[in-house]
Ligand binder design. Structure first.
Ligand code: PLP
Length: 367
């Protein structure tokens, strides 16, 4: 059994509204970050969505993280705690500030950073924690915020993969000092490349806007008060973002449906675990997660190879950040176990029930 046409892991859904808004921007000539209306609209809508007072659009999820950390005053000699199980951008953004990256273990149900592991890693140099809402499941923000309060630490949510996810009914991005999002082409909504920071802190908001635009003085054009960045998003990207944002509920509903179709298609297969959802969480199923009990990396990779020959795209779970040459080793047994057993299955908006049923049948046969 083989599928006729290659099924990718992800693919954006671009429809009439997106083309209309982007075309309007191209025709207007306001393709950069000044002059157009879409950046303001995008920021306003996003802040409203996350129930925060402010939002700052950026050129990517990575620059959103870096801009937030710099604006919070994180620098060399500081330590920042992150999960060992995340996309490398979380660690890199910390590294850009000169601070030390401290990677800690995750909980094996949520795949998100373990509050207990955070507590154990705190030193007198710790300044911030970055919980990552990985694969669309939120981190345990209640416990993390308790720890942050006790030790007077900043919390920045890396919500690159979890637009719309909730903790006890409250949306991610609005649960800490700041939240950061990515709009890369495989994310829940896309602007091609792009990011967003959400916050309720006015001082932080002003600092981030200032540094995003080369720290140019508001009173005196071309006078710069410190070393800033060009981390701006363009009006062209924001136009795509506003059109995508209008469809966010449609995307999230379909993603949940896709998860349910996989759940149904793989019912009764004992040796697997699909996406988990904690009782306090509303997950958003950004990607479908499949963990294979008892597998190691080579067995998992072999399965992915077979699926590829059947025209089914997959991707492996993230590797532990602490295994990469530029980061320190870390004692994180759960991350080290889980990363070998997991893979992501095709999860994009336009997938049909028939396609998922085929994928499940092929998978069951191989397993
Ligand atoms: C957890 C996480 N953090 C940060 C990023 C960085 O976002 P971007 O690719 O937009 O820079 C990503 C993107 O893939 C991500 O998955």
């Amino acid at each position: 059994m083989k599928i006729d046409k290659f099924i990718p892991i992800s693919r954006p859904s671009i429809e009439k509204k997106e083309i209309e808004f982007v075309t309007e921007v191209i025709k207007s000539g306001w393709v950069s970050s000044t002059g157009g209306k879409y950046i303001d609209i995008f920021e306003e809508k996003f802040a409203q969505y996350c129930n925060t007072k402010y939002a700052v659009a950026t050129s990517s999820g990575t620059t959103a993280l870096h801009l937030t950390l710099v604006s919070l005053g994180i620098r060399s000699n500081d330590e920042v705690i992150i999960p060992d199980f995340t996309f490398v951008a979380t660690a890199n953004a910390v590294k850009y500030t000169g601070a030390k990256v401290v990677t800690v273990d995750i909980d094996d149900d949520t795949l998100c950073v373990s509050p207990e592991a955070i507590k154990k890693a705190i030193t007198s140099k710790t300044k911030a924690i970055i919980p990552v809402h990985v694969y669309g499941h939120p981190a345990n923000m209640v416990e993390i915020n308790k720890i942050a309060k006790e030790y007077n630490l900043f919390v920045v949510e890396d919500a690159a993969e979890a637009h719309g996810a909730k903790v006890n009914g409250r949306k991610v991005g609005g649960l800490s000092d700041a939240g950061t999002f990515s709009f890369f082409g495989n994310k829940i909504i896309t602007t091609g490349e792009g990011g967003m920071i959400t916050t309720n802190d006015e001082k932080l908001y002003k600092k981030m806007r200032h540094l995003r635009d080369q720290a140019m003085s508001e009173e005196k054009r071309y006078w710069h008060t410190e070393i800033g960045f060009n981390y701006r998003i363009t009006n062209l990207q924001a136009a795509l973002g506003v059109a995508q944002f209008e469809r966010i509920d449609e995307f999230l509903t379909k993603k949940k449906k896709i998860f349910e179709w996989y759940q149904e298609g793989l019912k009764g297969v004992k040796e697997i675990k699909l996406n988990h959802q904690s009782s306090w969480a509303t997950a958003v199923y950004w990607v479908i997660c499949l963990e294979l009990n008892g597998y190691d990396e080579s067995k998992r990779d072999a399965l992915m190879e077979i699926l590829k020959t059947k025209n089914i795209d997959t991707r492996p779970y993230f590797y532990p950040v602490s295994d990469m040459p530029m980061y320190d080793d870390s004692d994180t047994p759960i991350t080290h176990k889980v990363h070998q057993t997991g893979l992501n299955l095709p999860s994009y908006f336009d997938l049909t029930k028939e396609q998922i049923s085929l994928i499940c049948n092929i998978l069951k046969k191989i397993l």
